[in-house]
Write a protein that binds this ligand. Structure first.
Ligand SMILES: N[C@@H](CCC(=O)N[C@@H](CS)C(=O)NCC(=O)O)C(=O)O
Length: 210
């Protein structure tokens, strides 16, 4: 049994979706971001960055949603949803996972939390720059999917598709949401049709971008 500290629709979504897809026994603990529960001393002991998600595995916390996704894919290799070392597409899997984690997610952080990056009066400029960074990733991702899709690894679904789609969802209220790019929209349609996506919406009480 693992325990996921989560908040609806946030970076914990990929971990939650992976648990559902892989059929891993888990319990959920809601972290109330509005009440700043993520900055409480108890939670900071688990996740010193004060963010969700955190997954408790074998009694120890694991942070960073991409790391949690990779870890679950390895621990449940029998479910065949993540290429293992030596398997085909492993390089593509790692490359895009790291690209999303290092490039796209920080740009979203800048979009949603500009105050973390500089003075309030520069907020609009920072968001405009974040938008450019995000759209540049959509351009690359769309080109990748148009040539190599329909999933991130081709015909076969992998956990990476959940990560990419979670991040696409975050752009839904931006001036140019990810699903304006045709190959991204096609991937999102596939992932939204999966039982895990529907189940997560029920559990987390989500409605937007269903
Ligand atoms: N690098 C972290 C970032 C996680 C993150 O930014 N989580 C956001 C929600 S999407 C959060 O907890 N925000 C609350 C806060 O920063 O106080 C990860 O990938 O797990």
């Amino acid at each position: 049994m693992v325990t996921l500290y989560y908040s609806p629709g946030t970076a914990s979504m990929v971990a939650h979706l992976a648990l559902l897809e892989l059929d891993v026994a888990h319990e959920l603990r809601l972290v109330d971001l509005d009440a700043k529960a993520q900055k409480s001393p108890e939670y900071l002991r688990l996740n010193p960055s004060g963010v969700v998600p955190t997954l408790i595995v074998d009694g120890a916390p694991v942070c960073e949603c991409a790391a949690i996704m990779l870890l679950l894919g390895e621990r449940h290799a029998d479910k065949n949803m993540a290429p293992q070392p030596g398997e085909a597409k492993r390089n593509t899997y790692l490359q895009w996972t790291l690209h999303l984690a290092n490039t796209l997610q920080p740009a979203f952080r800048q979009w949603f939390y500009p105050a973390d990056f500089g003075p309030a009066e520069q907020g609009d400029a920072m968001r405009a720059f974040a938008q450019k960074r995000i759209e540049a990733v959509w351009d690359r991702l769309d080109a990748h999917l148009a040539t190599n899709g329909p999933h991130m690894l081709g015909e076969k679904f992998s956990l990476l598709d959940l990560y990419a789609t979670m991040l696409m969802r975050w752009s839904r209220n931006m001036p140019k949401p990810a699903d304006r790019w045709p190959a991204l929209a096609a991937l999102a349609t596939r992932i939204k049709a999966r039982p895990s996506w529907k189940r997560l919406y029920e559990i987390e009480g989500l409605t937007e971008w269903a």
